[in-house]
Ligand binder design. Sequence first.
Ligand SMILES: Nc1ncnc2c1ncn2[C@@H]1O[C@H](COP(=O)(O)OP(=O)(O)OP(=O)(O)O)[C@@H](O)[C@H]1O
Length: 372
Amino acid sequence: MIEAVGLTKRFGAKTAVDQLSFQVRPGHVTGFLGPNGSGKSTTMRMILGLDRPTAGHVTINGHAFRELPNAQRHVGALLDAKAMHGGRRARTHLLSIAQLSGIPEKRVDEVLAVVGLQDAARQRTKGFSLGMGQRLGIATALLGDPQVLLFDEPVNGLDPEGILWVRNLMRRLAAEGRTVFVSSHLMSEMAVTADHLIVIGRGRLLADMSTQEFITHNSAGFARVRVAGTGPDGRDAFAEILRKDGARVLQEPDGALRVTGLELPRISDLAHEGGLRLWELSPHRASLEEAYMRMTRSSVEYTSTDDPRAQLWETDPLALPQWEEGPAAPEVPQTGFFAPPPPAATGGSGFLMPSEPGELAASAQNNPEASR
Ligand SMILES: Nc1ncnc2c1ncn2[C@@H]1O[C@H](COP(=O)(O)OP(=O)(O)OP(=O)(O)O)[C@@H](O)[C@H]1O
């Protein structure tokens, strides 16, 4: 297990990591997310004893990295795939590290096979592609068969087959009971690889929870409704019916309606009662990417003036109020699928971040609908 307590790192006036406290538990793949410059690499460097904390501390299985006897046997890490001697052959690179750590030579060939670099074993690493470098970096991390593994952007530069391979490898390592801590900007990949997330922004902890909880608590689900026909009349009429029933209704760019505050069966019944046919009635569940964007948008330090995120927010109920200014949907406990009102309707706070560990679970127990 990795445990950080009040971990802080300042570089001059810049606070790169600010009072971070978290635990990374064995048996899980824990994703480490945050915008560029949020302090992920600095945190990993402190875990590995490469940077000294300004305040606080971080331990691996109860010990500071520098105190671990033969650390290579306990902790494996991929921080920078290019950090290797370009003139060395891949096998020689691994062999030199193995010899320094008392690891038998046969393990070198084992890890070369694990990462699929057997055929490139005798090539000099300066001729390696980015993906080959990543594979060699992962082989280096696995060399000591460690219980704790850290990977900083392990899928960077890998082709789809390589990405799938890394995903399966991470999951297998966790299933073996190891602690796997992995940073990535590829949200779609994190969503299917990590079962737990630690999210930071500007060096501070933003979230520490399961991937599913993170998505559920940081996004607004909704129902997408398309009324039969191409004209606006049926759509406008149905929007009015839905609003009268307490829904919040927005129009999507393609003419579909985005409905929050009503169950899907209720929407279907209202269409039936109004004599309207529907071409689409589908629940929309937010992706990790949407949840992450929503949570970190105020923590992003570096943004283009022509921000591609704008597209993501275009259909956001919070950002597109021009269709409907009516009252927000009431919070009525209902069974079945219930698309909750957007965060604005519950006070404008998009994220239900617990102030105390366990608070989230307790509130979910008290209000099961809130955690659906
Ligand atoms: N050695 C250093 N000296 C001064 N500032 C540093 C140093 N290392 C990191 N920083 C600063 O600390 C902040 C956090 O950097 P860090 O590399 O940890 O972020 P990150 O989350 O890993 O970013 P990315 O996703 O872009 O890799 C940045 O503002 C960075 O410029």
